[in-house]
Design a protein around this ligand. Structure first.
Ligand SMILES: Cc1cc2nc3c(=O)[nH]c(=O)nc-3n(C[C@H](O)[C@H](O)[C@H](O)COP(=O)(O)OP(=O)(O)OC[C@H]3O[C@@H](n4cnc5c(N)ncnc54)[C@H](O)[C@@H]3O)c2cc1C
Length: 305
C-alpha cells in the first residue's frame, strides 16, 4: 500500500518498529502506529473508531510488559496508550483513585505514597500501565487488581462507553473477562480503585520491602517477567529448574540463571523467534519430565507460524 493510501491522518504513522515499546525490546513493525496521550482519549477514539469501521485489526499496547511481538510485526493499527491522568477523592469511609488506563502502574503507586493512600503497594514492581493490569489482573505480594479495583470504564466497538463493576470482570489468577474476549474490540479507558488512607511512611516501608524482594529474586535487564503461569499448587520456575533448564540458552534468549520463569535477552541480536523457540522447548521438556503443560502468562502478538 502506498503512503497515499493510508486511511488515517498524519497522526497515524506507517511501518513503525515496535521493539522500543516492549519490555523485552523485541519484535517487528506495526503497519500503522498511533500514540494516544489525551487523558480523556479525545485523540485516540476517532482513530480507533475509524479502524473498527474499516474492519482493520486493532492491537492496544500499554507498557508492553506482558507481550512478545513477532519479528514479522503486527498487522493493522497498533495503539500505544499513554493517556496518564491520576486523581483521587477522599471520603469518610475510604479513598477512590481514578487513573486513565495509560498511566504507569509504578507511578500510580508512587502517587499513592505521596498522597497518603494505602492499598496499591503490591504493584510497586509491576511494570506496565493501569490498562494492562486491569486486563491481566496483574498481582504480586498477595495483592492484585481484583482486590483493589472498584470499576473500570471500557470503550466497546458495539456499545461505546460502559462501566464494569469489578465483579463483572470475572477475575481469577492472571485472568479476566476482558482478557478472554476473542473479539478484542474494546479499549479500557479508566480504572477506579477503592483504597484507604495510610501513613506515607508505612506505605514506603512496604514499597521498600517489595522492591528489595524483587531485587533479590528476579533478574535485572530486559525481560518479560514471568513467562508461564504457575500451575495449580506448584511454581513454573521450580519445574523449569527441576527439568535442568536454568541458564539454558537458544540464540540470545536465555532461561534466567537467577529465576527460571524469566527469560532474559542476552544480546543485541535476540529475536522474538528465539524466545518463541525457547518457550516451546521449555514446555516440551517440562511436559516430558512432569506431565504438566505450562500455560503462557505472556501473550504472543502479531504474525506467528
Ligand atoms: C520485569 C517484569 C516483572 C513483572 N512482574 C509482574 C508481577 O509481579 N505480576 C504481574 O501480574 N505481572 C508482572 N509482569 C507482567 C506485566 O508487568 C503485567 O502483565 C502488566 O499488567 C502488563 O501491563 P502492560 O501495560 O505492559 O500491558 P501490555 O503488555 O502492553 O498488554 C497486555 C495485554 O493487555 C492489553 N491491553 C493493555 N492496555 C489495554 C487497554 N487500555 N485496553 C485494552 N487492552 C489493553 C494488550 O492488548 C495485551 O493484550 C512483569 C513484567 C516484567 C517485564
Amino acid at each position: 500500500m502506498s503512503a497515499l493510501a493510508s486511511p488515517f491522518g498524519p497522526e497515524v504513522k506507517r511501518q513503525q518498529p515496535l521493539a522500543k515499546y516492549t519490555a523485552a525490546r523485541l519484535g517487528g513493525s506495526a503497519d500503522f502506529l498511533f500514540i494516544g496521550k489525551d487523558p480523556d482519549f479525545a485523540d485516540t477514539l476517532p482513530v480507533l473508531q475509524r479502524a473498527w469501521e474499516l474492519g482493520m485489526p486493532v492491537t492496544v499496547i500499554g507498557g508492553g510488559a506482558n507481550i512478545l511481538v513477532s519479528d514479522r510485526g503486527i498487522r493493522g493499527l497498533t495503539i500505544i496508550n499513554r493517556a496518564a491522568r491520576i486523581k483521587h477523592e477522599c471520603f469518610e469511609d475510604g479513598i477512590t483513585l481514578s487513573a486513565s488506563s495509560g498511566a504507569n502502574l509504578i507511578r500510580l503507586v508512587r502517587y499513592c505514597h505521596e498522597h497518603g493512600i494505602g492499598g496499591m503497594e503490591w504493584a510497586i514492581g509491576v511494570p506496565g500501565t493501569v490498562g494492562g493490569a486491569v486486563v491481566n489482573n496483574a498481582g504480586a505480594h498477595g495483592g492484585d487488581v481484583a482486590t483493589s479495583l472498584e470499576r473500570a470504564l471500557v470503550y466497546e466497538a458495539d456499545a461505546g462507553e460502559r462501566w464494569y463493576a469489578v465483579e463483572e470482570l470475572d477475575y481469577a489468577y492472571r485472568r479476566s473477562a476482558l482478557k478472554s474476549r476473542e473479539d478484542r474490540r474494546f479499549l479500557v479507558l479508566r480504572a477506579v480503585f477503592a483504597l484507604e488512607s495510610a501513613a506515607p511512611r508505612s506505605v514506603m516501608e512496604r514499597m521498600d520491602a517489595y522492591n528489595a524482594y524483587r531485587k533479590r529474586t528476579q533478574p535485572a535487564g530486559a525481560s518479560l517477567g514471568s513467562i508461564f503461569k504457575n500451575p495449580s499448587g506448584d511454581f513454573a520456575g521450580r519445574l523449569i529448574e527441576a527439568a535442568g533448564l536454568k541458564g539454558y540458552r537458544l540464540g540470545d534468549a536465555q532461561v534466567s540463571p537467577v529465576h527460571a520463569n524469566f527469560f532474559v535477552n542476552r544480546g543485541e541480536h535476540a529475536r522474538a523467534r528465539d524466545y518463541r523457540a525457547l518457550i516451546s522447548h521449555v514446555q516440551r521438556r517440562v511436559k516430558a519430565a512432569f506431565d504438566i503443560e505450562l500455560e503462557l502468562e505472556i501473550e504472543l502478538l502479531g504474525d506467528w507460524d
